[in-house]
Design a binder for this molecule. Structure first.
Ligand SMILES: Cc1ncc(COP(=O)(O)O)c(C=O)c1O
Length: 396
């Protein structure tokens, strides 16, 4: 009998996600997990979404349950075009496509922009989910190191000149995984170079609404609309289970995305789009965002205070002013993938940094999330982690 399952090269290349594997480990009862990137479920606006869903079904059920256009529900796209004005982004609803999560937006960027072996430029570390999405199109990664201000630009010109990259992928504001933000002057420099060498910038932006302290620079999309494709999502602002997000691309470019998405899934869940729009239109969004910001700001503060108190002095960490994550770096010799087993024994978990390095590195680093664990879990979890670090540092 001959072998039935001949997998595509794409399927054979796909590795199991380290995040999924780590999350499995952390399911052990009693483990305090800083591993996921989950919003606080106690703040999901369940009652308001229930009301919105009821209204949609009773008043517009026939449309909300029907097939619809690939680009998405027009009132939702109009709302988003208006909302983007708050950030200085001037776009027409025709430049916006609703996607099934930003993860689908990333996949679409891969499908539309990448052929086998094309180069993607990104910082190291960068968002793991983007690496996974792009990997299906077999790119090569050329990465630049990060400092406190996110991706550094020394060497970017040479990379653009010699590698003919197809995109620069960035999470410029409160990056997942490190919480770093690229300041305006650096954004400007990246855009100047991108424009000169004709390389689009993918600005993945789930976190600009989650500012807890200070202000953030304008989105890169506001600085140079023609060069930038911007992704936004309701996952961290309302609920990730809704899978409602959006992609903004220049006129002409957006048509390629719409055609590509049509082949993938026809359109994003119509009912969910209507429900989200109903929620937004009821004027509840800003109140809700204020509520989640208040809680996450508190959790971030508690985490930083606990880290300052318990962590050994050699352990460095970022102090973001927004988003959901911060980044920890141990002295060079410590391997955080090995250390994870020790940490889980002590009932605390994180994601090892190597997951966020598309071309290797990051062995002594880790990502921590502070939106999902409760305040008391944060204090206790950081204490446990500090014990794991102290043991590891004594051994080295
Ligand atoms: C930078 C970044 N991009 C995209 C996503 C995916 O978001 P979504 O739930 O909208 O697919 C995430 C989720 O954590 C993220 O952090």
């Amino acid at each position: 009998m001959s072998e039935m399952w001949h997998y595509s090269r794409r399927a054979l290349m796909m590795k199991s996600s380290i995040i999924r594997e780590t999350l499995k480990l952390t399911k052990k009862p009693g483990v305090i997990s800083f591993g996921g990137g989950l919003p606080a479920p106690e703040l999901f606006p369940i009652k308001d979404l229930d009301e919105a869903a009821h209204k949609v079904l009773t008043e517009q059920g026939e449309n909300a349950l029907q097939y619809a256009t690939t680009e998405g529900y027009p009132p939702l796209r109009e709302f988003l075009a208006k909302r983007m004005e708050n950030f200085g982004v001037e776009v027409s609803p025709d430049e916006i496509m609703i996607t099934g999560g930003s993860q689908q937006g990333l996949d679409m960027c891969g499908r539309v922009l990448l052929d086998w072996g094309d180069v993607v430029v990104s910082p190291r570390p960068t968002y793991l989910g983007a690496i996974q999405a792009f990997n299906a199109y077999f790119p090569k990664y050329v990465t630049l190191p990060s400092d406190d201000d996110g991706m550094t630009v020394d060497g970017l010109k040479e990379i653009l000149e010699t590698n003919n990259p197809r995109m620069i992928y960035l999470v410029p504001t409160f990056q997942n995984p490190d919480g770093r933000t690229i300041p305006a002057h650096r954004r400007q420099r990246i855009l100047e170079l991108a424009k000169t060498y004709g390389v689009p910038v993918i600005e993945d932006d789930p976190y600009s609404e989650l500012v807890y302290k200070g202000t953030i620079p304008s989105p890169m999309k506001a600085m140079d609309s023609d060069t930038v494709i911007m992704l936004g999502t309701f996952s961290k602002l309302l609920a990730p289970g809704l899978r409602i997000a959006w992609l903004i691309a220049p006129p002409g470019v957006i048509d390629k995305f719409i055609r590509m998405k049509q082949g993938a899934d026809l359109h994003t869940n119509t009912f969910a789009q209507y429900v989200v729009y109903e929620f937004l239109n009821a004027g509840k969004f800003d109140v809700h965002i204020a509520k989640i910001k208040k809680l996450y700001a508190k959790r971030l503060k508690i985490m930083i205070e606990a880290m300052e108190h318990y962590f050994p002095a050699e352990v460095k960490f970022t102090r973001p002013n927004g988003g959901l994550f911060l980044w920890v770096e141990l002295p060079g010799k410590v391997d955080t993938s090995e250390l994870l087993h020790k940490a889980v024994e002590k009932n605390v978990a994180y994601i090892p940094g190597t997951a966020f390095y598309p071309d290797g590195g990051g062995r002594n680093s880790m990502r921590l999330n502070y939106s999902k664990p409760t305040e008391s879990e944060i204090g206790e979890g950081i204490k446990r982690l500090a014990d794991v670090f102290k043991e590891a540092l004594v051994k080295k």
